[in-house]
Design a protein around this ligand. Sequence first.
Ligand code: SF4
Ligand code: SF4
Length: 285
Amino acid sequence: MKIAIASGKGGTGKTTVAVNLALSLQDVQLFDCDVEEPNCNLFLKKELEQLTEVTSTIPEIVEENCTYCKKCSDFCRFNAIATLPNKILTFPALCHSCGGCMIVCPEGAIRKQEIVIGTIRKTSAKEKDGPELYEGSLDIGQTMASPVISELKKNIDPGRTAIIDAPPGTACPVLTTLEDVDYCILVTEPTPFGLHDLELAVQVVRILDIPHGVLINRSGSGDERVEEYCMDEGIEVLMKIPQDTKIAQLYSKGIPFAQEMDQWKEKFAQLYVSIKGRYSRETEA
Ligand code: SF4
Ligand code: SF4
């Protein structure tokens, strides 16, 4: 079963939930899809080894063949090519590797160039205990997170449980992360900002038709509007993690609280069992 942990904005505790849930289960893979800032391993502190580099195909201009006809730059809706009267510029960070400019160029003046945009790592074979962590990271200066996430997700073993830490927000990298997941836990906090971003995240999972529930982090620190919203919308509140001094202290030291507080390990294990039960009933129905 593939369970994504997502949130409409950063800083809600999404990664904390992903790590603690993964630590509370047996034989689990944990995927850090927040490739612009992967930080599951700040908590797990595993030795990682490189699995593969992720590449992207961008255009390389053969300027001596170019007639500056502008067909390529007119075609590119991502503004990754600009044609000047006697100069052509490319902006690799904007390129979506669609290949269209190479097709429309009448002079054969554009060829393919492979560039490295990111890296996939996993826990070293020496690491025998705990979740098997897979981490994607986007190289500095690169902007195309989705190809790195897609490559990372190829490592999901369908026979095992996968916990997937999604990037924050509701943009393309989140959609790539949520594609094909079985269930999504939406993490939020009981504040007006938390509610606003939760509403956006709910719209996304509803459009993608992904079963979902809400986990309220730092419960007790704000107001009741998130819970009222969930009740009005018929969304289950799966768990509340209170504003708790010990949890905060452990967090500040980079220690997952389920590792030190057995009652939370039990709660996260129960959370998984209830999600899995609900998913099984829905897929059998
Ligand atoms: S490959 Fe596609 S996105 Fe990239 S520059 Fe060419 S047309 Fe634009
Ligand atoms: S389409 Fe080809 S020939 Fe025309 S400006 Fe682009 S690279 Fe040059």
